[in-house]
Design a binder for this molecule. Structure first.
Ligand SMILES: [Zn+2]
Ligand SMILES: [Zn+2]
Length: 57
């Protein structure tokens, strides 16, 4: 399921689009990035998946 994460230091995660609101975060006030990972690692947050990566499975 697609979700939204902050790629700064806070690691905020939301099911809906939004902005980071953590005072300590380097990306405070920036938009959360769309992510569709299923393992909770958010490795592809804010990136388009260009190719399959069979090594990760
Ligand atoms: Zn943040
Ligand atoms: Zn994710």
């Amino acid at each position: 399921m697609e979700h939204y994460v902050c790629t700064g230091s806070c690691g905020e995660e939301s099911r809906n689009p939004g902005i980071c609101g953590a005072d300590f975060c380097s990306k405070k006030g920036k938009s959360l990035e769309p992510c569709s990972c299923e393992d909770g690692m958010h490795e592809n947050a804010g990136k388009k998946i260009e190719e399959e990566n069979p090594d990760l499975i």
